[in-house]
Design a protein. Structure first.
Length: 736
């Protein structure tokens, strides 16, 4: 539900910091608040703890590729490994088998009873693991998991069940998560049935009251279904249950003891609802967070305590990585990116230029992204329009091909990728323009002989159309190679991107991968690779540069998940995915960026230019909640030498949200405004030099261009008010 704004007064006994009491002077001080010290890091960083945990899992990997020689544990281990930014090959046994290899030999017996009847819950779990591991859930070991799973749906009840496995909360949440992982449509009645299984205490369980683990999994399934937003009343009731069952130390218990499985699952559900990071916004009365408790359970060998250390460690990694279920594979991540791109498309079929160049340029890139995913660009249209991307390119081809050589070459690559004819497109013979207008036999070059992009795109365009490439053009391109093996653009920038583009062109021109130019170009990319497995531009990780670099390496026959290309266990694919937001777009800095997104998709899918695919109609997918909107949480204030105020929030990944803090002595008519607040990790903070020992009110207003989420509302602004009890009440609590 959307309303214009939301103002709530929260009657709270504000969080009180117990510590040394320093004498306060009893007079009002209206000085402006001072910002708290900046945090050591802008975001939580559990990379060492996660690496240690994954290292432990590696030691437990059996020769057959399993964990515990057990299908359930193996499935549960796959998802967090991928969520932690490692390829599934990270878990490769001494026999060369991965967990997916193991499951491919046990999938039938695990998901069916002795009569061949499917267990829906197990099938859903398997589908989720297969997707996360970049496998095919429609053809895994000869089994179409999705087809069999959808066959267990009972439209009359909304339940997934069979004669071998009755309807249950477990079957339902795993079935929904499996279908959501494959980006299949989940029936509304299936979500309704799962909601109907809610216990009276607001959680979900097994008929004896709510259970933290079950509630966490149900919340993730509901939010993944596409029918339920984090503001849904039942989701809020489930979150309330988790808050009510949270231990005072920050985590969740099982059978009276702090539990890594429960805490990890709860964090995943909290993050799914938008509380990223799940720290200050979910701090317990003690001030400790779920992450604090989860980290406290890690052992010296990297494992996490529990009745099954392997399982507990796998679940803990999912929590530390803050990765809600389902964890998508590269195909599904690309589909979200393409859906986001489709929402930006103009009614005339083009895409925005961002103020640079002709709209046909980014439209060609978009066409290549859709074609790389196997979608027919002619079926990609803006909402309410019937004009496709190819319609736009056809209408503008006669102008675009004469802008420069790279434009003509890129158009030829895009047209052929979309199943068109570069010899006759929009009334233009693009091949003729390339060979007769832009190619100079005298120079042996296309367009600007010193521009590697002109040469590369012209060569790729001709190769896409099946034309032979002039040897002199290839020689011109290799002649532009730098001493370190790289290429740059005409201005001397973007080594990784330019090198990757040129490598694609050289291979397309028939230059063997063993040629000195290709080998040295590959080596230059290896030398330029950053510590996360990707590539930088202007000193920062860049999706654009990484994408072309990856495509060039793929063209040269490199395996980007082999040990040669792993950095700290991260592959170039993982590094590229680190730059993508959960709802699809790739970011430039913190901002959703169309340029980065359209160029990243082909590389993410592991293809290089020119493309050749069987194409199908495009269909959008559920992108999930917007992680750029701010999620408001209740502010806290505490006495000390002064008054410390903590204003927790979640999400706001683009960092354009803001808060204002006003305060007053309770009962006074006016507020002290203009207070300085400092943005920290998951919260804003302020230290107020208040010394008058009476009750004070604090009013916090959250604002975000993408709106603010608070409980059951998504609004323009949210104003929350909390009251700090008198200082005397603080003393009474300290000394009682």
């Amino acid at each position: 539900m959307r309303s214009r704004n939301l103002v709530l007064s929260i009657t709270l006994s504000a969080a009180i910091t117990i510590g040394l009491v320093v004498a306060l002077s009893f007079h009002a001080a209206l000085a402006e608040a001072q910002p708290a010290p900046a945090p050591a890091a802008p975001t939580i960083d559990h990379s060492d703890a996660i690496s240690d945990a994954l290292g432990y899992l590696k030691t437990q990997l059996m020769p057959n590729g399993s964990l515990n020689d057990d299908e359930y544990t193996t499935i549960q281990a796959i998802v967090p490994v991928v969520a932690a930014g490692r390829p599934i090959s990270y878990l490769t046994s001494i026999s060369g088998d991965t967990p997916l290899d193991y499951l491919a030999t046990r999938h039938i017996t695990y998901t069916h009873d002795s009569t061949g009847t499917l267990y829906p819950g197990r099938a859903g779990m398997l589908a989720m693991a297969v997707v996360a591991g970049d496998g095919d859930p429609y053809g895994f070991g000869g089994m179409n998991i999705i087809h069999e799973l959808t066959g267990t749906y009972d439209a009359a009840t909304g339940a997934y069940s069979t004669t071998g496995s009755a309807a249950s909360v477990v079957n339902q949440w795993w079935a929904i998560l499996g279908l959501a992982a494959a980006q299949e449509t989940v029936p509304v009645s299936a979500t309704d049935f799962l909601i109907s299984l809610q216990e009276v205490d607001g959680g979900w369980g097994y008929g004896f009251g709510g259970d933290a683990d079950a509630t966490a999994y149900v919340l993730q399934a509901l939010l993944a279904s596409g029918h339920v937003d984090p503001t849904h009343a039942k989701v809020q009731e489930g979150l309330d249950f988790l808050r009510n069952t949270q231990a005072t130390s920050g985590g969740w218990e099982s059978w009276g003891s702090l539990n890594a499985d429960s805490t990890g699952a709860a964090i995943q559900a909290i993050v799914a609802a938008g509380y990223t990071p799940a720290t200050e916004s979910w701090a317990a009365a003690s001030g400790r967070t779920p992450h604090d408790d989860l980290l406290s359970l890690q052992q010296a060998n990297g494992s996490f305590g529990g009745w099954d250390a392997v399982l507990a460690t796998a679940h803990a990694v999912g929590g530390l990585a803050e990765a809600p279920l389902p964890v998508f594979g590269r195909v599904q991540r690309a589909n979200r990116a393409l859906t986001w791109m489709n929402e930006l498309q103009n009614p005339d079929g083009s895409w925005p230029t961002g103020g640079f160049g002709h709209p046909a340029g980014p439209t060609c890139d978009a066409v290549l992204a859709y074609a790389a995913a196997g979608f027919d660009p002619d079926t990609v249209v803006a909402s309410g329009s019937a004009t496709s991307a190819m319609d736009y390119l056809s209408a503008t081809a006669s102008t675009f091909v004469y802008l420069d050589t790279a434009s003509a070459g890129k158009l030829a690559v895009a047209v052929e990728a979309a199943g068109g004819d570069a010899y006759d497109f929009g009334g233009v013979n693009i091949v003729h323009v390339l060979t007769n207008t832009w190619y100079s036999p005298t120079l042996g070059a296309f367009g600007n002989a010193n521009d590697s992009w002109h040469q590369a795109f012209a060569i790729l365009g001709l190769a896409a159309a099946g034309e032979s490439i002039p040897i002199s053009a290839t020689q011109t391109l290799t002649g532009l190679q730098n001493p370190d093996g790289s290429w740059t653009d005409a201005w001397g920038y973007d080594k990784p991107g330019s090198t990757g583009l040129v490598l694609q062109a050289l291979i397309a021109a028939g230059v063997p991968a063993t040629d000195t130019s290709v080998v040295s170009g590959t080596l230059s990319l290896q030398n330029e690779q950053n510590t996360q497995g990707g590539w930088d531009a202007f000193g920062s990780p860049s999706a654009n540069s990484a994408a072309y670099a990856m495509q060039g390496l793929l063209a040269a026959g490199e395996d980007l998940v082999s040990a040669k290309w792993l950095k700290g266990g991260h592959s170039p694919y993982n590094a590229l995915l680190d730059l993508q937001k959960s709802d699809g777009p790739f970011a430039f800095g913190t901002t959703d960026d169309f340029f980065s997104t359209r160029q990243a998709v082909p590389a993410l899918l592991g293809v290089h230019y020119p493309l050749s695919h069987t194409l199908a109609s495009f269909a959008s997918v559920n992108r999930g909640p917007d992680p750029d909107r701010m999620v408001a949480a209740s502010p806290r204030a505490s006495w000390g030498n002064s008054v410390d105020v903590v204003i927790p929030f979640g999400s706001d990944l683009d960092a354009d949200g803001s808060v204002t803090l006003d305060w007053r002595v309770s009962g006074e008519p006016s507020w002290v405004t203009g207070t300085t607040v400092h943005r920290a990790d998951g919260c804003y903070t302020a230290t107020l030099p208040i010394t008058r020992p009476v009750a004070h009110d604090f009013r916090v207003t959250f604002t975000d261009p993408e709106d603010v989420q608070y409980e059951t509302e998504i609004t323009d602004t949210v104003a929350l008010t909390t009251t700090l009890e008198p200082y005397y009440a603080y003393l009474a609590l300290v000394f009682k």
